[in-house]
Design a protein around this ligand. Structure first.
Ligand SMILES: *[C@@H]1O[C@H](CO)[C@@H](O)[C@H](O)[C@H]1NC(C)=O
Ligand SMILES: *[C@@H]1O[C@H](CO)[C@@H](O)[C@H](O)[C@H]1NC(C)=O
Ligand SMILES: *[C@@H]1O[C@H](CO)[C@@H](O)[C@H](O)[C@H]1NC(C)=O
Ligand SMILES: *[C@@H]1O[C@H](CO)[C@@H](O)[C@H](O)[C@H]1NC(C)=O
Ligand SMILES: [Ca+2]
Ligand SMILES: [Ca+2]
Length: 359
């Protein structure tokens, strides 16, 4: 009895462990499926092969993966950097020069390549076209070496990295002697600066400052009304400060010597001359002083070479004549005050223009 029981229980154990749902046994070959979902295809021990052959245009999938495509990817060689792009310098470029470099790489399988920067930095202003491998742009005006790593990637995700450098050289923008009229040139980043001699201004010292109006004149009005102010103006309705513009049909009228007409240029300028016209037979300007200020608070008078306040001439009785006065010493100012000193008629009355260069 005891041996029977032992046999039965061993048999039950055997059933549980070896319980195949489906099994085909050919000598040495087993195809079996378990209830749990495992499928086993086993070839025999003596060099048994397993063949899976899809039909015409058929595919062997494992999961969703086409096995032939998978092997293509596995076997794909990484791209190869070409001879025209050896490790190292891609060239030396002068500031402002056009940079146009074709990075050369091929894929042994001939798939389409794309390019990516994986390290370092391009010169500012130079960009990589990721689809074509072109480096395009404009070289910066600076002495520098830019090192960067590029990865070229094929359609199978196989890649090769390469490090390159681009050298840039600062261009001497002073070489062409751009500063006119005795100006001194200083080379700069992508540009130059001119230190002009006294009478000249502008980027290339081409402007005669004493001929360059700031635009107070009535027909120009670059200086807005709000930038003109009068101190002790005469009368109430017309002849306000903003009417003191050269060529205006009216003008500014002051009470007397303590009056002034102020023009705010908006920024600091190299001021070199002024023009005035009287207002009418009754309101004129014979002589005047000029005050100059950097900040609208502290004013100093425009002086002669000797350091005394310069007395300028208006047109006096010839009230409609334009009287231009060029400074003996150019002044840096933002605010200019016209201070009447003598006049004919009852009150000083006049219209103005100012000549200056931008700094
Ligand atoms: C499938 O087979 C594996 C490996 O032999 C086994 O660990 C797993 O338990 C089996 N799964 C089922 C559901 O039988
Ligand atoms: C880069 O330069 C090349 C050659 O001059 C030109 O054909 C290409 O269109 C340029 N690419 C870009 C993105 O500017
Ligand atoms: C400046 O001073 C010199 C000598 O002191 C004199 O000859 C000249 O007339 C003065 N010029 C002005 C504009 O005052
Ligand atoms: C103003 O006129 C007087 C007399 O004609 C002249 O001597 C003087 O030099 C003039 N001043 C200026 C600054 O032009
Ligand atoms: Ca490849
Ligand atoms: Ca330069």
């Amino acid at each position: 009895m005891a041996t029977e029981l032992l046999f039965l229980s061993l048999f039950a154990l055997f059933l549980r462990t070896e319980a195949s749902f489906f099994e085909v046994r050919y000598p040495s070959v087993v195809v079996s499926a378990e209830t749990g979902g495992n499928l086993t295809i086993a070839a025999g021990p003596n060099g048994g092969n397993i063949y899976m052959t899809p039909g015409d245009r058929g595919t062997v999938f494992i999961g969703r993966t086409d096995m032939l495509k998978l092997f293509e990817v596995v076997n794909s060689q990484p791209p190869i950097w070409g001879q025209k792009a050896p490790y190292g310098p891609l060239g030396t470029f002068l500031g402002g020069d056009v940079v146009s470099i074709q990075l050369m790489a091929i894929d042994p399988e001939g798939t389409h390549l794309r390019f990516e920067k994986v390290s370092g930095a391009f010169p500012p202003g130079v960009y990589l076209d990721k689809a074509t491998g072109e480096l395009n742009g404009t070289a910066p005006d600076v002495d520098a070496t830019y090192e960067f790593g590029i990865r070229v990637i094929d359609e199978h995700g196989k890649y090769a990295d390469q490090t390159f450098t681009i050298d840039t050289r600062e261009r001497d923008q002073c070489k062409s002697s751009p500063c006119l009229n005795g100006g001194t040139c200083t080379d700069d980043f992508g540009t130059y600066k001119c230190q002009c001699t006294t009478k000249y201004g502008g980027k290339t010292c081409n402007i005669v400052c004493a001929s360059q109006t700031v635009g107070v004149a009535f027909n120009v009005k670059k200086i807005p009304d709000a930038q003109m102010a009068g101190h002790y103006s005469y009368g109430s309705s017309d002849h306000k400060a903003f009417e003191g513009r050269l060529g205006s049909s009216t003008g500014w009228i002051g009470e007397g010597k303590s009056s002034w007409l102020q023009v705010d240029l908006g920024n600091l300028r190299n001021v070199q001359a002024v023009s005035t016209q009287g207002y009418s037979t009754t309101y004129t300007l014979s002589t005047f002083y000029l005050d100059c200020s950097l900040d609208g608070n502290k004013f100093t008078n425009v002086q002669t070479v000797n350091g005394t306040a310069e007395l300028f001439n208006g047109s006096g009785k010839q009230y409609s004549t334009t009287a231009k006065q060029v400074f003996a010493v150019p002044q840096t100012c933002r605010y200019i005050r016209f201070k009447p000193n003598t006049w004919t008629g009852t009150h000083p009355g006049f219209r103005v223009e100012i000549f200056a260069c931008e700094l």
